[in-house]
Design a protein around this ligand. Structure first.
Ligand SMILES: C[S@@+](CC[C@H](N)C(=O)[O-])C[C@H]1O[C@@H](n2cnc3c(N)ncnc32)[C@H](O)[C@@H]1O
Length: 323
């Protein structure tokens, strides 16, 4: 059973400065084939057009629209809708293009006027919504001859396969080996020992934990060298090793080490929840058929419904639908 993120989780996620949900990959926003696809859609824009970005997050897609409009001297109106508490301050703006953010609002009930939008866009957003209601809403606000275009996660995508592998690796490290928890236990035993110079029993306990931790670390290092897909394990071992290192020659106090382990465990927990949410959102083949059907039954003609590739990897589907 996958747990899902709610609007509060997303608010925290965007407030901590993330630009997309793939930080390490799209640090400067969407690029490559994703950007090219959107540019091919934006070529049809005219001055005066209104665009709505469903599930806009921190505005990565809005930024692409604004960049395109600026390069092509277009005056357009753009708004983003998201149920998280998104601040407009982080989104690009130009003297002639001031994006509007409708935050704390579900796209299923956007509040936008009937037939007011020329282009509805969404990047990794629609699959998180109640598709029946979101498409119905898109159809209501879309002008005659308007378009709805989006990219969505699918179960066949490499992103989803990697998320699944990462969850397995997290569970192996944290639930099966419990290595971080053991480091924490060992630090606590050593802390007690330092305070009260406890007997040989606590030293024995610490030694036993240390032996287990070392054995597990050797095992994890073997996984790292033998498996190219071990991104999480590599990150985890690196972070954990930081606890045993000195801070530029200074010994890190025990209390700080404990804080480091706790914040690593919290970070992993949050990451696992986001991965699990991603798996829950990815469209199965069955959901993709349903999506096509929902678009059609809400008055959209489906012009494009196919896989999209980024650096030769399947990263979901691209959908172009017109009124
Ligand atoms: C994977 S993020 C994508 C954000 C952005 N489009 C991007 O590409 O960076 C999904 C976003 O959908 C929002 N979201 C999920 N369900 C929603 C709904 N029913 N109505 C509005 N926003 C929603 C979340 O708050 C989150 O910001």
């Amino acid at each position: 059973m996958n747990s899902r993120l709610d609007s509060k989780h997303w608010t925290e996620y965007w407030k901590s400065g993330n630009k997309t949900t793939f930080n390490s990959q799209f640090n400067d926003g969407y690029d490559g084939e994703i950007k090219s696809f959107w540019k091919s859609i934006f070529y049809d824009l005219k001055t005066g057009d209104s665009i709505a970005d469903f599930c806009c997050g921190s505005g990565a897609l809005i930024n692409l629209v604004i960049e395109f409009a600026s390069e092509n001297s277009l005056d357009i109106n753009i708004c983003g809708i998201d149920y998280a508490d998104i601040s407009v301050d982080r989104i690009k703006r130009l003297p002639n293009i001031l994006p509007r953010i409708i935050a704390n609002t579900s796209v299923e009930h956007s509040g936008l006027a009937d037939s007011s939008i020329d282009l509805i866009i969404s990047q990794y957003g629609i699959e998180y919504t109640d598709i029946d209601l979101a498409i119905k809403e898109a159809s209501r606000i879309c002008k005659a001859k308007g378009k709805m275009v989006f990219i969505a996660h699918t179960e066949e995508s490499k992103i989803i396969k990697e998320a699944s592998t990462n969850i397995e690796q997290i569970d192996y490290c944290t639930k099966r080996l419990k290595i971080a928890a053991n480091v924490r236990r060992m630090l606590l035993v050593l802390e007690d020992k330092a305070k009260a110079d406890l007997s040989g029993a606590s030293r024995k306990k610490a030694d036993k934990l240390r032996t287990k931790i070392n054995r597990d670390l050797v095992g994890l290092n073997t996984i790292i060298t033998s498996n190219k897909q071990s991104t999480f394990v590599k990150y985890f071992v690196n972070q954990l090793m930081g606890v045993f290192e000195s801070d530029n020659g200074k010994v890190i106090p025990m209390i700080e080490k404990l804080k480091m382990v706790d914040s690593l465990l919290q970070e992993i927990d949050d990451y696992r929840l986001r991965l699990s949410d991603l798996l829950g959102a990815a469209l199965s083949k069955e959901m993709q058929s349903k999506l096509k059907q929902v678009l059609t039954s809400n008055g959209f003609r489906v012009d494009v419904f196919e896989s999209i590739y980024y650096q030769t990897n399947n990263i979901g589907i691209k959908v172009v639908a017109s009124k």
